[in-house]
Design a protein around this ligand. Structure first.
Ligand code: SAM
Length: 256
């Protein structure tokens, strides 16, 4: 794997555009958490350039910024269109990604066992055939001491959103696990994500809630006058358990 890093790409690097919310709520939390994870791993391993696998990496919103920081990044995705978009984004930043077409549950056969310092699995478990099989494959890819970053949609937020909109039947069906919205992606609870990580033999680490209030109030943040206040509130709520647990999306680390 290679990552050409133009020197100018690193200073001032502000992280991925992906996840930047219209309302400005916690646009960089996940990036900040992962940058700290990577820095700690680099210090602990004595290797400045780490091996990072972005499974279901889509258009490279996280992969490209990490490649620009000098890491060896592999994007695995079943979609040729997503891989092509990631390649274009990488070219624009003048970095190189390794692209592999394939699915999460075959990750170890695609990139190797004990091959990664960090696996990014963002907004992907919602779509895979079996989250447990995907997480087991991710665990096999992690080196000892390595980390998986999991970001997934929260069913609790979806239930609250529907109830607040007066869609009580849909909310109850979601709560009962009946898939209140047929055809829409799978959703998780924090407990469910934690159990998934631990069932794969990993230790669940820090968890954050992304878009606690903005997830419930679609208009939140539209008022530029209060956007900074909302951002500060989201910042405080992200790691405050009762509020974190109802966020639109849940970010959980798993460590081998
Ligand atoms: C919502 S996008 C998320 C993209 C990116 N991770 C992000 O956070 O922006 C979901 C991605 O998962 C990919 N995907 C779908 N099924 C998958 C599977 N079984 N294994 C791996 N990736 C899959 C899709 O092609 C798509 O690129």
């Amino acid at each position: 794997m290679t990552a050409e890093v133009p020197a100018r790409a690193v200073p001032g690097m502000r992280g991925p555009d992906v996840g930047r919310e219209r309302d400005g709520a916690r646009p960089t939390l996940v990036w900040d958490v992962l940058r700290d994870v990577v820095a700690a791993r680099a210090a602990q391993s004595g290797r400045a350039a780490l091996d990072i696998v972005d499974v279901g990496g889509g258009t490279g919103g996280f992969a490209v910024p990490f490649a620009a920081l000098g890491h060896h990044v592999t994007v695995v995705d079943p979609s040729p269109d997503a891989l092509a978009a990631a390649r274009r984004r990488a070219a624009e930043m003048r970095v190189t990604l390794t692209e592999v077409q394939g699915e999460a549950d075959g990750l170890d056969s695609l990139v190797g066992v004990d091959a990664a310092d960090l696996v990014i699995c963002h907004s992907v478990l919602e779509y895979v055939d079996s989250p447990a099989a995907a997480m087991a494959a991710i665990a096999r890819v992690l080196r000892p001491g390595a980390t998986v970053s999991v970001l997934a949609a929260n069913v609790v937020s979806a239930v609250l959103q529907r109830a607040l909109a007066g869609r009580y039947e849909q909310a109850r069906r979601l709560l009962d696990g009946e898939g209140g919205d047929a055809g829409l992606p799978r959703r998780f609870t924090l407990a469910g994500l934690t159990a998934l990580i631990e069932s794969a033999g990993l230790r669940a680490g820090d968890a954050h809630g992304i878009r606690v209030f903005a997830g419930l109030l679609p208009a939140a943040g539209a008022d530029q006058g209060t956007a900074a206040e909302l951002r500060a509130l989201e910042e405080a709520a992200a790691a405050y358990p009762p509020l974190r647990d109802i966020a639109a999306r849940l970010h959980v680390l798993g460590h081998r």
